[in-house]
Design a protein around this ligand. Structure first.
Ligand code: SAH
Ligand code: SF4
Length: 401
């Protein structure tokens, strides 16, 4: 039974999917910000600052169980637990470790359905091409001060289970859209992974990329609520976060209106040199062609030195030819935007009939862009052996109960 004193925000969490049971039998707290937590404390006759304490415990100290939130009085903790309240932070239920040290996690969400959520940990970044141009040079491991064996890391998180966008080269597309993730499930992937690696925010350098399963801008409200939690409660700078989109124009327009203190950086999955090829490999392009996407991107008030990333998946024979590189260079110039291009060699997946590009084709493509003055990085594939690389996240339909 729900306590009558459940706050509106908490009720909203329950409404995510009313047909399915959620964590615990009472309010689920993870995903609520300090303000909403304060409101729910006030509703049960506690002082509002208990909400701040709860936020500190969940998002800073990374306490995963209510009875371990020792900053709260014991009586209050046991009252909440008895009434069925739970933190309900998403839990890592399975870990796959790659020989390159990338880790892929199956994360149990807040809704106990048959879906797990996928997140990826990439120590030492992904070679600087995660949408953050500043980390292209991998520092000498022996020089870094941390006792850990990484100097910085990138966490890649999912925004939906599956995806509705149907890009022809992407394994996630094969799932179709199963469901949206809640704000708590999106931010929870990050906090669970930070916890696992005992990351010290502020001291250690972590980038967050919203490049896992799903199209973040098609789950805009939950995704952006997760970003605000990560910025305000967890303490990660939005300039360390990059969201990647297939080019959802209304979503980009909303994104452009976000205040700079919570707006992440943007990556556009361009993936093709012109509308003709793009429409073939990304049917969404028929709805929002390249120029419409660029028009929306131009509305963003960029920070000094901020660049838009164009991600470009090289499909052997389809998008990796010299004339394609020339067209991309022209497109970048025509856009008038400060852009950098991330080249990604296509990662194969079962049932997808594309070819990986030849190593020489990747190199040639890169050199052509460099010659045209376009900043370009080649993203090295991470965790291919554990299906953690771009576009490989799919092993998700696995019963957790
Ligand atoms: N839906 C968002 C974010 C997730 S996909 C988007 O499409 O941007 C993250 C990146 O992986 C995108 O740039 C996408 O083009 C790329 N990608 C998808 N499938 C891939 C594959 N099989 N190999 C390499 N990159 C892939
Ligand atoms: Fe969805 Fe991105 Fe895959 Fe396209 S590339 S199907 S938008 S996850």
């Amino acid at each position: 039974m729900l306590s009558p004193a459940v706050s509106a925000h908490t009720k909203q969490l329950f409404r995510l999917d009313t047909n399915r049971p959620v964590v615990g039998s009472g309010p689920v707290l993870f995903g609520l910000d300090a303000e909403a937590l304060a409101a729910s404390m006030v509703e049960i006759g506690e002082p509002a600052w208990r909400g701040r304490q709860l936020a500190e415990a969940m998002y800073r100290q990374r306490v995963a169980e209510l009875d371990k939130a020792t900053t709260l009085p014991r009586v209050l903790r046991s009252r909440l637990v008895t009434e069925g309240w739970a933190i309900g932070r998403p839990r890592i239920v399975q870990t796959f470790v790659s020989k390159d040290e990338t880790e892929r996690y199956l994360v149990e969400g807040q809704i106990r359905d048959t879906h797990t959520v996928e997140a990826v940990w990439m120590p030492d970044g992904d070679g600087g091409e995660a949408g953050d141009g500043s980390n292209a040079d991998v520092p000498n491991r022996s020089n870094h001060k941390s006792a850990k064996d990484w100097a910085r890391a990138t966490i890649c998180v999912s925004s939906q289970v599956g995806c509705a966008v149907n890009c022809q080269f992407c394994l996630t597309a094969k799932l179709g859209l199963q469901r949206n993730l809640s704000a708590g499930e999106i931010a929870g992937q990050v906090v669970a992974v930070l916890d696992k690696h005992a990351v010290e925010i502020g001291k250690e350098r972590v980038n967050i990329v919203f490049m896992g399963m799903g199209e973040p801008l098609l789950n805009y409200d939950n995704w952006m609520a997760a970003v605000r939690l990560l910025v305000k409660e967890v303490g990660i700078s939005p300039q360390r976060m990059t969201v990647s989109t297939s080019g959802i124009v209304p979503g980009i327009v909303r994104f452009a209106e976000e205040p700079p203190d919570v707006r992440p950086k943007l990556a556009i999955s361009l993936n093709a040199p012109n509308d003709e090829i793009r429409s073939e490999i990304m049917p969404i392009n028929r709805k929002w062609p390249i120029e419409a996407v660029l028009d929306a991107v131009r509305k963003i008030r960029l920070r000094p030195r901020e660049r838009i990333t164009f991600e470009y998946v090289l499909l052997g024979g389809v998008t990796d030819q010299p004339e394609h590189a020339q067209q991309v260079a022209r497109l970048v110039r025509r856009s008038g935007l400060p852009v950098k291009v991330n080249l990604i060699a296509w990662n194969p997946g079962p049932g997808i009939a594309y070819q990986m590009p030849q190593a020489e084709a990747v190199e040639r493509f890169k050199r052509a862009l460099v010659a045209e003055g376009v900043p370009v990085y080649v993203r090295r594939p991470r965790g291919r052996d554990i299906y953690a690389a771009c576009g490989q996240l799919k092993r998700t339909i696995e019963a957790v109960k």
